[in-house]
Design a protein around this ligand. Structure first.
Ligand code: NAD
Length: 382
């Protein structure tokens, strides 16, 4: 079985879907691995390290894809007219494509027409058995860490209380909005740096998690928020009345913060606006807001996705896209291991290829297309 790993060509993507470590393990399973030249460079992984691990270095996407049975990607392959090469048309019929494909009905239809067996890992069910393959968790964790590190870099004072002969600098007040995977890591990182940390979330379970990390819970709770979590563990979309009450509590708190990190997402929807223009206006000059939700539209009314802006009152808002890509070495290492675990979990040792059982919950969760048809429940539903 030949595994192809392509250089990511979509704008700003710095990660790679296999590392020398995971490639070596794939070779150990009996695969050959072809990596497109330069694929790992932005993650600090030169061709020479892949070659030392036993990979073939392919000079272009076509050479890597030729004869491939498995294609590993971070983002969806480029299609016709999407860029310098049409990667999709070069994927052999019947190949298994694994990545963060973010496919709508039309794209899944294209995969089916091309005979590509597509698995989209962001759709993985959040069950215990799937944790080690969970790309959303591994990438969010690193995004949360990176967000706080960048906030510390952009902040013109320190995080910890600094006692010096020349006097004392007080600790930074840090407020984390959304305490899921990214938010909890942001809390832990801000605490390690010595900040005074508070956090909010709408899911009742999050309150205890915030406290267990040593942060203070700040938020609004009522009957509606008691049922704010879906069976899958995600936050539900709540009523306008709830959001208004939440905003009142948050507004008073934000005015006193030095650093705000926003991570709140509601699955399948635009990120909720949690920080209004008026809240930003209430903050002190030199304060920093980091909006990790910027890829989903942002949690801050003034976020300009892909940019850092400085407001009229001197507040920096970091709205960079692709936060995991800003710590590419670590993100690639974990993403690649997630994909490897998915493959090894379903590996058929005799056939030396994955056997994706249709009735397995993980397989059902991620499979977009099979045998030339779109099969994912969310895409075939009327
Ligand atoms: P997410 O990225 O969808 O959202 C981030 C956070 O934003 C969530 O905690 C959410 O509750 C919060 N949020 C949404 N609206 C908000 C609002 N108006 N105000 C404040 N916060 C708001 O979530 P996630 O990080 O992917 O994690 C969601 C849950 O899934 C967590 O409980 C996590 O522990 C759980 N999880 C389970 C598994 C597993 O069992 N395999 C894996 C990963 C995550």
């Amino acid at each position: 079985m030949r595994v192809a790993v392509l250089r990511e060509r979509r704008g700003g993507e710095t990660r790679v879907a296999a590392t020398p470590e995971t490639a070596k393990k794939l070779i150990g399973l009996g695969c050959s691995v072809a990596i497109e030249t330069g694929a790992g460079l932005a993650s600090g992984l030169p061709d020479s390290e892949y070659a030392a691990a036993g990979c073939e270095i392919a000079q272009n996407a076509g050479a890597a894809l030729s004869g491939a049975g498995i294609v590993l990607k971070v983002r969806a392959p480029l299609g016709t007219g999407e860029g310098e090469v049409d990667e999709l048309s070069m994927i052999p019929r019947g190949a298994l494509l694994i990545g963060t494909l973010a496919a709508d009905k039309a794209l899944a239809g294209t995969y089916a027409t091309l005979g590509i067996e597509a698995c989209s890992m962001e759709l993985l069910p959040r069950i215990t058995r799937a944790q080690s393959m969970d790309i959303l968790s591994s990438q969010a964790n690193l995004a949360g860490y990176r967000a706080v590190i960048e906030a510390a870099g952009a902040f013109d004072r320190g995080f910890p209380m600094l006692m010096t002969a020349a006097g004392t600098i007080s600790a930074a007040s840090v407020f984390i909005m959304g305490a899921g995977v990214a938010g909890l890591q942001a809390i832990a990182t801000a605490r390690r740096l010595g900040g005074r940390v508070s956090a909010t979330d709408v899911r009742p379970a999050a309150k205890e998690e915030i406290k267990s990390l040593g942060a203070t819970f700040v938020g609004y709770e009522d009957e509606e928020s008691k049922a704010a979590q879906t069976a899958g563990g995600y936050a539900k979309q709540l009523s306008a009345e709830f959001y208004a009450k939440q905003a009142e509590v948050v507004a008073a708190h934000i005015a006193k913060q030095d650093i705000v990190v926003t991570t709140a997402l509601v699955q399948g929807r635009r990120a909720p606006t949690l920080v209004t223009e008026a809240m930003v206006a209430s903050m002190k000059p030199g304060s920093v807001i980091v909006d990790i939700a910027s890829d989903a539209g942002g949690n801050v009314a003034l976020t300009s996705p892909g940019e850092m802006i400085v407001t009229g009152n001197g507040v920096k808002i970091l709205g960079w896209r692709n936060w995991p890509g800003r710590i590419a070495g670590a993100s690639s290492a974990l993403y690649a291991r997630n994909l490897l675990t998915f493959l090894t979990t379903f590996w058929d040792k005799d056939a030396k290829k994955p056997l994706l059982k249709e009735d397995d919950d993980i397989v059902k969760g991620v499979t977009l297309t099979r045998g030339g048809a779109v099969v994912h429940a969310s895409l075939v539903a009327a």
